[in-house]
Structure formats: structure tokens, C-alpha cells
Design a protein around this ligand. Structure first.
Ligand code: PEP
Ligand code: MG
Length: 875
């Protein structure tokens, strides 16, 4: 039996997404629900794979299969391909299993030729419409399927409009359009050296091939890379009977969401244009009307559409993004899919749907991609900044957030200037898929044209990037590199601010503030906390970070890097003095000066964290990092310390290392200079005693970094314990404390059973553990790691996403061995991976008690942890 590569819409359903693509599966599903969908068929993603195996060609059996389905379509519609009485016309659209907006291409009105256009004119009694459809088809087909620059056609059209003294396409007459068609055909012949294809089957084959080929165009590849979509998935092709939104004033076309994709408000949201075809709405050529105005214009159609939207939502149990066409007063659905939305809307919709009884709380928690919360964690402008500044203009609030930067007129430049460290805003007439890279690099995007469903708006929302679209007062000239607003002119060096939540545009740098959580977010996070059992702490070195993390819901501090406290301006002098000291006495004198400062830091952090756990790590980096490098700085330091320049240089040379990352750092410092560890232990405990007096009972967790051998750890532990006992004796008071170590050297993981015998906790330092497992310097790998990912050697950057096979094996080994000898052992992670959702889920299943991550990632880690718990339970 030969393989089946083509499915009629009534042969599929929504479960067949990987075979039929998202669009195809949903068209099939809608057909079976009895929704009015123009009939058609889908050529599968498996056909796409075979297309590449065949050397980017369609093969005979597939051609036959398509022909058979065309016959079905002709029979069903009682029309024939290429007929000069009543021709069958189709649309050809791509549809991958995962939606890729703007990445793939669409061809409408396929089947038109010199005969069929007569047929269309006759049947519709509307020759103007027929020639308008034909010229659109030639243009779209030539661009999408044949790679001819669309500007060549735009020029012909503009010349015609100029010749006739009109400003919009709609004002051109039948005769004008006939002439345009002839001229378009000339352009085609000039470009391709052959006549425009007249055989509809030939047109269709070219179109199907073009859709398959577009799976591997640069934009599609880039989009997949950013969104981590599998390259081997392929796209399906949907061939669907055309319905016409450009048949006159009782026809139209639009796109709409069942709820507001920016805020989540439960109200139809969208745009439409009367007497227009699909691409007119998204291209931003004419400004579309808001969907609610359709209620007055065509109340019955509006009612039917609103009901359909509700039915689809109830069926898919999610917000829908729909495309529709009204042909002569009759409504057709051309597409539905789960709508892309901002993080704010995603949370609002999930919470509302629980309240409406559509989904349950757990489902709501599973609905939000943890990474998406990033969109909620974006800054906004301060109230004062907003009160003090008047916007120069306003556009649509397309994607929330606040962005400040210098104006940049091209995507390429935006990418370059951002690479050079500039903050930029991409300002464009409108964006197109080619602008993707620049959109990624810019702080925000501002366009003069296009609505809420324009390319810029859709893509920005997907990325969680601030965007103001359709700011109609702006006159953007890429050539002159200016943007005019009224009589003001701005250029590349001018800074602007845009507010993606209100659409306001300012010609100055406004002050921003960190995100403020409101509305449904609180309810959502309550559910996250309800279903989560792994704790989420934060990495914070200062009271400021700690306060921020508390606002994000941190449940403690998993890593306080004390070296950052050493760098503070007022104490670096004493730190340097301590390092340069040639005898113990001088060193201890300097440490004595540092002690009260450290103690105060800890006191402040504990007071802020109340009784939440705080893990303080003893000094980790190599000492030479605290010393200056330049001649002048060395000379200044020598004179400050009253030392010879030569003596300072000698000490720097003594401390310098070939491989500092593998050198004299971590607990090795404490082995050689126990007085440093003593001072820190004393500061940690004295601060806790101080808090105790204030009525706050802290149980400090003292963390010793970089151990690899139990004996060195034992030595440092003894030093610390001895000092603590001394403090207890001196003060006559006591606090509980825990003593643990970081597992960040493979040998520590392998000998974890020995290490666990003398420790209360392990915290996995997966930054170093990754570095040392791969033998890959974390400071230098950035230069070549991206090539490893491009070449497919590594799937992800192992410094961002934990390598489960290698580094994970060590973590699992350490967890098991550690718990074998110490069943009370407390386990956490404080490497960068602690805020990465897939790693958090993995570590939950490994059995860690907590993860610790940067303040902004706390909600993300919490959500990942809750999802891991729900997923485990449902297994
Ligand atoms: C680690 O190595 O994972 C860690 C948290 O420590 P640092 O990044 O300070 O080396
Ligand atoms: Mg480390």
C-alpha cells in the first residue's frame, strides 16, 4: 500500500497536529464541529520530509494524490480548476505543528489564469473584483513561490495610482487593473524568462514546493533557533477553497482574539476591513476597524462570530486567535489556534478560566510557560516620570513594558549598535519578518503603521518585548534617518522612551522602575505555591537584592557571595592591606577593621529576611582579584599603604596564577589564611546574636566553597567551629547554625559520602561543577561555545541549561552518596541553573530541597517547581 500524504479536512482532527500541522489539524477539527470552514485538504509534514529527501522536489505519487484531492474539491464545490465559467480557486498556506507567525508564506487566489479570470468575472458579475484578485495572485505567487522582489510589482501599482491620480488600490477601475495584470505578467516574464504559468496544477505544484522550501528560509531557521523548535518537524501545506472578502461592501476579512491578548480581558478583540483580502489586515496597508464596530455594521454576522468564538474557546479550553472572512454577508472561519498573548494576559486568562469553570487550578498552573513570566518581570516607568513628561505622540499598546534607547532605523543597525553596547529602540514604518534580529536586539520596537495584529505586535508579544505599533502621526524616513512628529525631527542620536502598556511615546529618557505585580498575578502565584513543595531561595549579596527577592517571593537566601562585600569602596583599602600584609599581625589588624563592616552587612540581611534561612558563603575568589593591575593604580596603592611600589608588585606577582579558576581560591584560602575564615565566621555569628537580641531568631547557614577532599574541609570546619565557640564563650550567648559545603568539584561529588558525614548541607555550585566536568573555562568558553551549538555538538549552552547526562550524573551521585551517610542532609543548588525551568524540574525529580536563583527568576523557578510537582503527581 502506498503511503498517504494528503488528507481532506473531514479526515483529520486536532490530535493530528504533528502530521497535519497546527492549522491543518484545527481546520479539520472545526469542520467536524460543524463550523463554517471552506473545504480543502492538507499535504502532510511527512510529505515535507520526503520533499527534502527527494532533493526538494515533489514526486509522481504525491502529484497523483494531490490531483485526486483536487478532483474531490472540484466535485464538492461544483467548480473546476481553470474554468472560464466558474473556476475553482484555492489558497495555499503553510502550517507547521508549532505556530511560527510571519515565518512561512501564503498564496491566495491560486487557479486564476487568463481564462479563469473571465469565469470569475462572469460568476460574480464583478469584473473589477476578478482582475483585482488576479493581480494580487500574480504578485503573491511571484514573490512567495518564485522569489521575485515584490517591490517590482508595487512599483507598477504605484505608477498606475499616480497616473490615475488616486491614493488607494480600491479606487482603481476594472480597466486599470486589467492593465496592471498585463504589466505584472511582463515583469514576471522579464524576471523568469518565461510566461506566467497558466496551468493551475502547475501553479499549485510550484506553490506547494515553495511552502515546503520556506521551512528552511533564513527567517524560519532563526525563529526556530530562538524558540527551540525542532528543525526536523517540517511544515504541512493547506489547500483550501477560496472565499472572498474583497467581493464588495458586504464582504470583508479580519483577525480576532476571543479575549484581549495584551491584557487578558474577556472581550472579543480584533480588527477587520471591509472589501479586503486577508493580507490587507496584517500588512497594515489600510488601517483596520475595531471588531466591535462590526456589531453595528453587520449585527447578525457579528453575533454569529461572537458565538463561534465562544464555542471554540469552550472546545479548546483556551483563548483563540481566529481568522475570518465574510463573503457576501456569509461568515467563514479560515483558521483558529490558541492565541499568543503577553504574560500578563496569559496569567489573567488562566485565572479567569478557572473562575469560569473551564479549567482547574492545576491546569492553570501548567498553562503558563515559566519563561513567559519574564514578560511580567519587565520594568515600567515610574509614576513621577509619567506625571512629569508629556508624550509627543501615541500608538497602540502592542506589547507591555517600558523601553528607553536611541533611535535606530534599521534592524541590521539595531543589532550592531546593541552589540556595541548601545541601548536602542527600533523605529520602523512597519516591521517585516526580516527585521527579527533587530527586534531581538532592541530594547523596544516602535512602528508608524500596522495594528495590534501586525507583524511587529505579534512578534514582540511573543518575545515579551516592549512594543508600540501603529503610531500614525510618525513620519519615518529610513533614507533620511529621521522621524518627524508634527514639526519636530528626531535622528539617530536622540533618545526616546516608549510605553508598551499605554502606547505613549516620549522624546526623553524616562526613569523606569522594577515590575509591580498586580491583579491576577497574586492569585496565580498563590496556586503556584499551593502545588509546589520544593523551596525557592535567591542568590543575593546585598540588602537591596534581598529586598527585591523578597518582593518576588524568595523563601530565603541560598547564596550570599561575601566577596562582593569586600569590594565596597570604603573597605577595599582594608582588604588590600590584609592581602599585602607580610605578617600575621598586620593581617589580623586589617581583618579587625573589616569585621564590624561584615557583621553589619549580615545583620542587615538577616533583619530583612526575618527568620528565613540565609546561606553565607566564605570568601571564594583568588586574592589577586582584589589588587589593582595598572601601573598608576599600583603606585597609588603603594603610597596609600606606605609601601614600596616594588614590594606591592612583588606581592601581586606572588599571587598571580596561570589558571586562577583552578588555583588558590575557595576554601584553599582558609587553609592557608585561617584568620580570614575566622573573621567571617565571627561576623556571621555575632550578627545572628545581635538579631536574637532584636527578637529575630536566625539560624545562619555557613557555606564553605570549593571543597574537593574531606580532610581540607574538616580543617576549615574546625577553624570555623573553634571561632564560633569562642564567640559563644565571650558573649555568654548562643545561636543555632548549620555548616555545609558547596559541591562544585567533581571529586567532591564522587566522595560525597565522606563529605556528608561532617556537613549539614550541600549546595551544588553548578557553575563550577559544569566548568570542571567539561574542563571548559566559564570565562573563556563564550568565544567558541556558540559554534558547538551551531554544529549540533551540544544542544544547549551547558552554563545555562544543566547538562543532565554528565553534570547531572555527578549531582545525582552526590545526592545518593550524601544521603547514604547522612539522612538529614539538606540539599540545594545555587549555580545559575537554579532559575532555569527545565533544570528546576529535573532537580525536583532528583530530590533537592530547594533551588536558589537570581531575584528576577524567583517566580519562574517557583512556577517550574510547581509544574514539576503537578506533572509528577499525574504520572
Ligand atoms: C557556582 O560555582 O555554581 C557558584 C554558585 O559559585 P560561583 O559562581 O561564585 O563560583
Ligand atoms: Mg563556584
Amino acid at each position: 500500500m502506498s503511503e498517504k500524504y494528503v488528507y481532506n479536512f473531514d479526515e483529520g482532527d486536532m490530535s493530528m497536529r504533528s502530521l497535519l500541522g497546527g492549522k491543518g489539524a484545527n481546520l479539520a477539527e472545526m469542520s467536524s464541529m460543524g463550523i463554517n470552514v471552506p473545504y480543502g485538504f492538507t499535504v502532510t509534514t511527512e510529505a515535507c520530509a520526503r520533499f527534502y529527501e527527494e532533493g526538494e522536489k515533489l514526486w509522481d505519487e504525491l502529484n497523483e494524490e494531490i490531483s485526486k484531492h483536487i478532483k474531490d474539491l472540484e466535485a464538492k464545490n461544483e467548480k473546476t480548476f481553470g474554468n472560464n465559467e466558474d473556476p475553482l480557486l484555492v489558497s495555499v498556506r503553510s502550517g507547521a505543528p508549532i505556530s511560527m507567525p510571519g515565518m512561512m508564506d501564503t498564496i491566495l487566489n491560486l487557479g486564476l489564469n487568463d481564462d479563469a479570470v473571465l469565469g470569475l468575472a462572469k460568476r460574480t458579475e464583478n469584473p473589477r473584483f476578478a482582475y483585482d484578485s488576479y493581480r494580487r495572485f500574480i504578485q503573491m505567487f511571484s514573490d512567495v513561490a518564485m522569489g521575485i522582489d515584490k517591490n517590482k510589482f508595487e512599483k507598477v501599482l504605484s505608477a498606475k495610482k499616480e497616473e490615475k491620480g488616486v491614493s488607494t488600490d480600491n479606487e482603481l477601475t476594472e480597466e486599470d487593473l486589467k492593465d496592471v495584470v498585463e504589466k505584472y505578467k511582463v515583469v514576471y516574464k522579464e524576471e523568469k524568462g518565461e510566461d506566467f504559468p497558466q496551468d493551475p496544477r502547475d501553479q499549485l505544484n510550484k506553490a506547494v514546493s515553495a511552502v515546503f522550501a520556506s521551512w528552511n528560509n533564513e527567517r524560519a531557521i532563526l525563529y526556530r533557533k530562538i524558540n527551540e523548535i525542532d528543525d526536523s518537524m517540517g511544515t504541512a501545506v493547506n489547500v483550501q477553497t477560496m472565499v472572498f472578502g474583497n467581493m464588495g461592501d458586504s464582504s470583508g476579512t479580519g483577525v480576532a482574539f476571543s479575549r484581549n491578548p495584551a491584557t487578558g480581558e474577556n472581550k472579543l478583540f480584533g480588527e477587520y476591513l471591509m472589501n479586503a483580502q486577508g493580507e490587507d489586515v496584517v500588512a497594515g496597508v489600510r488601517t483596520p476597524k475595531e471588531i466591535n464596530t462590526l456589531q453595528d455594521m453587520m449585527p447578525e454576522v457579528y453575533e454569529e462570530f461572537a458565538n463561534t468564538a465562544r464555542t471554540l474557546e469552550e472546545h479548546y479550553k483556551d483563548m483563540q486567535d481566529m481568522e475570518f472572512t465574510i463573503q457576501d454577508g456569509k461568515l467563514f472561519l479560515l483558521q483558529t489556534r490558541n492565541g499568543k498573548r503577553t504574560a500578563q494576559a496569559a496569567v489573567q486568562v488562566a485565572v479567569d478560566m478557572v473562575n469560569e469553570g473551564l479549567i482547574d487550578e492545576k491546569e492553570a498552573v501548567l498553562r503558563i510557560e515559566p519563561k513567559e513570566l519574564d514578560g511580567l518581570l519587565h520594568p515600567t516607568f515610574t509614576e513621577k516620570a509619567l506625571a512629569d513628561n508629556e508624550p509627543i505622540s501615541k500608538g497602540l499598546a502592542a506589547s507591555p513594558g517600558a523601553a528607553v534607547g536611541k533611535i535606530c532605523f534599521s534592524a541590521k543597525e539595531a543589532a550592531q549598535r546593541a552589540k556595541d553596547g548601545e541601548e536602542v529602540i527600533l523605529v520602523r514604518e512597519e516591521t517585516s519578518p526580516e527585521d527579527l534580529e533587530g527586534m531581538i536586539s532592541a530594547n523596544g520596537i516602535l512602528t508608524a503603521r500596522g495594528g495590534m495584529t501586525s507583524h511587529a505586535a505579534v512578534v514582540a508579544r511573543g518575545m515579551g518585548k516592549c512594543c508600540v505599533a501603529g503610531a500614525g502621526e510618525l513620519r519615518v524616513s529610513e533614507e533620511e534617518r529621521t522621524v518627524k512628529v508634527g514639526d519636530k525631527v528626531y535622528g539617530e542620536e536622540d533618545v526616546i522612551s516608549i510605553d508598551g502598556s499605554t502606547g505613549a511615546i516620549y522624546d526623553t529618557a524616562l526613569e523606569t522602575q522594577p515590575p509591580q505585580f498586580k491583579g491576577a498575578f497574586g492569585t496565580f502565584m498563590e496556586w503556584v505555591d499551593k502545588y509546589r513543595d520544593m523551596k525557592v531561595r535567591t542568590n543575593a549579596d546585598t540588602p537591596r537584592d534581598a529586598a527585591q527577592a523578597l518582593e518576588f517571593g524568595a523563601e530565603g537566601i541560598g547564596l550570599c557571595r561575601t566577596e562582593h562585600m569586600f569590594f565596597k569602596e570604603d573597605r577595599i583599602f582594608q582588604v588590600r592591606k590584609m592581602i599585602l600584609a607580610s605578617d600575621l599581625e598586620t593581617r589580623e589588624a586589617a581583618l579587625e577593621k573589616i569585621l564590624p563592616m561584615q557583621e553589619d552587612d549580615f545583620y542587615q540581611i538577616y533583619s530583612l529576611m526575618k527568620e528565613r534561612p540565609v546561606t553565607v558563603r566564605l570568601l571564594d575568589p583568588p586574592l589577586h582579584e582584589f589588587l589593582p593591575k595598572g601601573e598608576k593604580e599600583i603606585a597609588d596603592l603603594a603610597s596609600e599603604l606606605n609601601l614600596e611600589v616594588a614590594a606591592v608588585k612583588e606581592r601581586i606577582a606572588e599571587l598571580s596564577e596561570v589558571n586562577p579558576m583552578l588555583g588558590f581560591r575557595g576554601l584553599r584560602l582558609a587553609v592557608i589564611y585561617p584568620e580570614i575564615a575566622r573573621m567571617q565566621a565571627r561576623a556571621i555569628i555575632q550578627a545572628a546574636l545581635h538579631c536574637k537580641k532584636d527578637g529575630i531568631n536566625v539560624v545562619p547557614e555557613i557555606m564553605i566553597p570549593l571543597s574537593s577532599e574531606v580532610k581540607e574541609l574538616k580543617l576549615v570546619k574546625d577553624t570555623v567551629v573553634e571561632e564560633i565557640e569562642k564567640v559563644f564563650e565571650e558573649t555568654g550567648d548562643k545561636v543555632d547554625y548549620l555548616l555545609g559545603t558547596m559541591i562544585e568539584i567533581p571529586r567532591a561529588a564522587i566522595t560525597a559520602d565522606e563529605i556528608a558525614e561532617i556537613t549539614d548541607f550541600f549546595s551544588f555550585g553548578t557553575n563550577d561543577l559544569t566548568q570542571m566536568t567539561f574542563g571548559l573555562s566559564r570565562d573563556d568558553a563564550g568565544k567558541f561555545l556558540p559554534s558547538y551549538i551551531d554544529k549540533g555538538i551540544l544542544e544547549r549552552d551547558p552554563f545555562q541549561v544543566l547538562d543532565q547526562k554528565g553534570v547531572g550524573f555527578l549531582v545525582e551521585t552526590a545526592v545518593k552518596k550524601g544521603r547514604d551517610t547522612n539522612d538529614k542532609l539538606h540539599l540545594g543548588i545555587c549555580g545559575e541553573h537554579g532559575g532555569e525551568p527545565s533544570t528546576v524540574k529535573y532537580l525536583y525529580n532528583v530530590g533537592l530541597d530547594y533551588v536558589s536563583c537570581s531575584p528576577f527568576r524567583v517566580p519562574i523557578a517557583k512556577l517550574a517547581a510547581a509544574q514539576a510537582a503537578i506533572e509528577k503527581e499525574s504520572k
